[in-house]
Design a protein around this ligand. Structure first.
Ligand SMILES: Nc1ncnc2c1ncn2[C@@H]1O[C@H](COP(=O)(O)OP(=O)(O)OP(=O)(O)O)[C@@H](O)[C@H]1O
Length: 259
């Protein structure tokens, strides 16, 4: 299996801040693997995903994409390997939903080339995969937060990267769409896509992720096999509340006993 992305001792500091948000993050991900990033609010999960996507250049350490130093690749070159689905996508321009999905093809089009029938058909296919084909002609500014999240995932399906990086992809989704999206990610991984995602639900890591990276306030980053790493002790320490786990073969229930 080819490694798509490798991060070595990566750290990031925002300008003007004395302390790095995180440091010493090392990970790699190959075709068909799913990696989950867990950690409490504000620990740096979104920032890390932006670093791994090349949107926020790492301040320390190195990131390689398909064996090449990320800093030497253009945005379009990076976009053919990986794509980020951000946490909150502001709906600024009133594009139709299908046009937003078609934007996924931008890295493959020339500077003055416009999306054509091939892009339109890929976009419709992706919208159908996510169960939102009926929204194709609706303005992106007039759909809900959860629907926008699904459109952004459709856009990335159209982009057809080898690695999909998703920041809290289920944050705005209802119960059924959450289950559908997790099942879709599992299917995509089986067909060779690599997936990195963040979540506030450790049970999603348990159900989906081969490996998990935990960022916690009082401990260096921990990376390991999900089922080995997700113990009640580690999760309690990470989130700062006593946590009990009830696990079966496929699922884990994570119960926090906060007063
Ligand atoms: N543009 C910015 N400038 C300065 N500091 C920032 C900026 N964006 C985020 N931060 C800080 O970086 C830290 C990490 O933020 P980040 O959004 O990466 O955390 P997170 O783990 O994704 O949080 P959450 O789970 O709440 O979404 C926070 O302390 C935040 O205040």
């Amino acid at each position: 299996m080819g490694v798509i992305l490798a991060a070595e001792k990566v750290g990031f500091s925002y300008a003007g801040r004395s302390q790095p948000v995180f440091s010493g993050v090392s990970l790699d991900i190959a075709e068909g693997e799913i990696l989950c990033v867990l950690g409490p609010n504000g620990i740096g999960k979104s920032t890390l995903l932006r670093c791994l996507s090349g949107l926020a250049p790492a301040t320390t350490g190195a990131i390689h994409v398909a064996g090449q130093d990320m800093t030497e690749l253009s945005r379009n070159e990076i976009a053919r390997h990986l794509a980020l689905v951000p946490q909150n996508d502001e709906a600024v321009f009133a594009f139709a939903v299908h046009a937003v999905a078609e934007m996924g093809r931008a890295p493959y089009l020339g500077l003055f080339e416009r999306p054509g029938p091939k892009e339109a058909s890929l976009a419709l296919e992706a919208l159908a995969t996510l169960g939102i084909a009926h929204l194709a002609e609706v303005s992106y500014t007039e759909i809900s937060g959860g629907e926008r999240q699904l459109v952004q995932i459709a856009r990335v399906l159209v982009q057809a990267p080898r690695l999909m990086i998703l920041d809290e992809p289920t944050a705005h989704l209802d119960f059924a769409n959450t289950a559908r999206l997790l099942a879709l990610l599992r299917r995509l991984a089986r067909s060779g896509l690599a997936v990195i995602f963040t979540t506030h639900a450790p049970d999603q890591a348990y159900a989906l992720a081969d490996r998990t990276l935990i960022l916690s306030p009082h401990h260096p980053p921990r990376l390991g096999g999900t089922r080995d790493l997700l113990t009640a002790d580690v999760l309690s320490e990470t989130y700062g509340v006593p946590i009990r786990l009830v696990a079966s073969d496929r699922h884990m229930l994570c119960i926090a006993d906060a007063d």
